[in-house]
Design a protein around this ligand. Structure first.
Ligand code: HEM
Length: 282
């Protein structure tokens, strides 16, 4: 029997260019199932959202229930999708051509609903100028954080739109206090306030420790811009613990990041493992 293996995009370094492409299922359960089982993600990533998981009767459907994250000041959006393909390439042209191939493979069972183009900025910086991913687990620890025993992964995806006017109005010191790191040296600040983003999300400060593998990328669309936040986990618990702490559920302290950015979308995807290069939904 062939071994199940995780989709390679999860642990691979970020590509130069990418697109998050969302599809809607429009065939019978049997046809959708058969279409998905034929897919080879290659170096792209395929994720199944809750509505599709329910149609297919997958046991993971309940685990894809994205919470109503909220506090007294805000309520984060929940934006379910059937299918995600994270298309990855060396440049925007390669990504565009790969999207066409995905559409051809998925037609007539899935139709493209929307897409968000993304790119690598200055070796992995967010558009605010801060390095993103520094405290990601590495090597075996990355696999342990991101994958369950079968090689499957749960992806939390949120499209954050930055208020760039606010970012530009902040002094460097104010921005450093929002993130909790020094932009130039990337060192963690010793005097960061409790609201600083890295104080809120410090993975080793949770009991038990809460690690995820972040693979976020900047995006730009019609003058708006921000970060497509993407976190892979062996389940959704670490992401949820971090998100609730960002919202200040236990201590009322909200993440300062909300002063300069906010999520416009929020959704989970189940990223099944592969057998012999093809998706395995058994
Ligand atoms: C606009 C959205 C966001 C931006 C610009 C952003 C940016 C950053 C930056 C610059 C760092 C410091 C460097 C690093 O370790 O990567 C960081 C750390 C981190 N962020 Fe975010 N982030 C965003 C949203 C989120 C969300 C929604 C979560 C989880 C719910 C999250 C979880 C984390 C974690 C776990 C760390 C590492 C903390 C540690 O262990 O020290 N981030 N982020």
């Amino acid at each position: 029997m062939q071994k199940t293996q995780a989709q390679t995009a999860i642990l691979a370094p970020l590509p130069q260019a990418a697109s998050y492409v969302f599809f809607k299922g429009q065939s019978t359960k049997a046809q959708l199932f058969e279409c998905l089982m034929r897919l080879s993600p290659g170096d792209d990533l395929v994720g199944i959202g809750q509505p599709l998981a329910m149609t297919l009767g997958l046991t993971v459907a309940d685990a894809l229930d994205y919470p109503s994250f909220a506090n007294s000041q805000r309520c984060l959006p929940q934006t379910p999708f059937d299918l995600l393909v994270w298309v990855r390439g060396a440049d925007a042209g390669e990504v565009a051509l790969k999207i066409r191939q995905w559409q051809q493979r998925l037609v007539p069972h899935f139709s493209l609903v929307s897409s968000v183009d993304a790119f690598l900025h200055r070796d992995g910086r967010d558009l605010t100028g801060y390095e993103d991913g520094t405290e990601n687990p590495d090597g075996a620890a990355a696999a342990e954080a991101a994958l369950d025993g079968s090689g499957a992964s749960y992806l939390a995806l949120q499209q954050w739109r930055h208020r760039m006017d606010e970012v530009e109005h902040c002094s460097r010191e104010q921005m450093n206090h929002i993130i909790g790191r020094d932009q130039a040296s990337n060192r963690e600040l010793t005097d960061a306030p409790a609201s600083a983003h890295v104080k809120r999300t410090e993975q080793e400060a949770f009991e038990p420790h809460r690690f995820v593998l972040r693979r976020s990328m900047p995006w730009v669309q019609s003058g708006n811009m921000g970060l497509m936040f993407a976190a892979f986990g062996c389940d959704t618990q670490a992401f949820e613990a971090q998100m609730w702490r960002m919202l200040g559920r236990d201590d009322g302290i909200e993440d300062a990041l909300f002063a300069i950015s906010e999520p416009m979308t929020g959704v989970y995807f189940y990223c099944p493992p592969c057998v012999g290069g093809r998706l395995n939904l058994e």
